[in-house]
Design a protein around this ligand. Sequence first.
Ligand code: ZN
Length: 113
Amino acid sequence: MHELSLCGAIADIVTRHAEGRPVQTIHLRIGQLRQIVPDTLVYCWSLFTADTALAGSRIDVEHVPARLACRACGDRRELDAAPVFACPSCAGTDLEVVTGEEFLITSLDLTGA
Ligand SMILES: [Zn+2]
């Protein structure tokens, strides 16, 4: 499962940064285009960390909507549901993804820190 392998990657990074300190909350920023279901990720995290030093830590997901910019006419808009491959304004196809591809750990809340 996609989310499960992500949990492994997150756990690696968090463990390295926590340096043995207990972790309360992991703040993530996830772009819409990543096609990650936050609820599934949170659920996988609780399973994945159950028997580890990260058991009981919580994932907090900040969802970033996808925004595209058209290089031809400068039109910028948020994607709602279906991906678009042409500019709705000028039908140009030279589109740039402005936001939506994020996958970042933005901060950690450490107990007693
Ligand atoms: Zn355009």
